[in-house]
Write a protein that binds this ligand. Sequence first.
Ligand SMILES: [Fe+2]
Length: 291
Amino acid sequence: MPKKTTRRTFLKRTIGSLFTLFGLSSGGYYYANKIEPSMLGIEQITITHSLIPDSFNGIRIVQFSDTHLGFQYTLHQLKKLVNQINQLKPDLIFFTGDLMDEPNRYTKMNKLVPILEKLHAPLGKFCIFGNHDHGGYGSDLYRNIMEAANFTVLLNQSSVIKLQDHSKIYLLGIDDAMLGSPDLPLALKNVPKNNFTILLSHAPDLADDAQDYPIHWQLSGHSHGGQVKIPLIGALIKPPFAQKYLEGLYTLGDGNKLTLYVNRGLGTTRLPFRFLSKPELTVFTLNKEKA
Ligand SMILES: [Fe+2]
């Protein structure tokens, strides 16, 4: 005989399920607010191309992106990150934008140079502007910090990376698509054809333009990998210019002319949560494709 549901057992069950629901959601809240944002995934990617000179074989690049300091990401995390990057022994370091969440409101700006200047890469440290680096009159503040920390800021510019045997590859940095003025022809002005060329663009969706130029790889950030991804629904945050390319590798153009890599970034913005989109450091290793 089925057990009669008394008012008391009904209340008990309801309170029980509410409690379970609350427990799960507060657990979920805690995970997305405290646990996942403090995780770090180190992705290893090989960049293979026939135009990479032999002597660049094995050269290591570390890309970090979107720290958004001042929103949720802390100076303590940045210090730890700098040690982690140095332990990876990169030859080159690239920062692909959004250093501070709101540059004109960030009160610990004077602490940044001593931390960032500790990053060590014998072939150079390069960076570009993200939308948050331009926001709140941040452009000069960001440039000053990065230059004082020995980064070369590439604003629609190129830089040649040369080894002792004079072999070289080219690096381009483009302005941010949301709040800046990206100009690919200007950035390519001093780049001769038939040289391996990497583009740094905060906004991943600029790859649709980049594929029409002699650019072989593009490294981007901005998307935060969606930041919060709900199963069956997808990414909660898809900013303009990161609508199409959200995270990881993509190939574009005829004969896969351009390869795009989108880094999920380290910090958060707008919502202090990450879910199914762990913070990321990317280590690229150059590899000459044999004919
Ligand atoms: Fe960002």
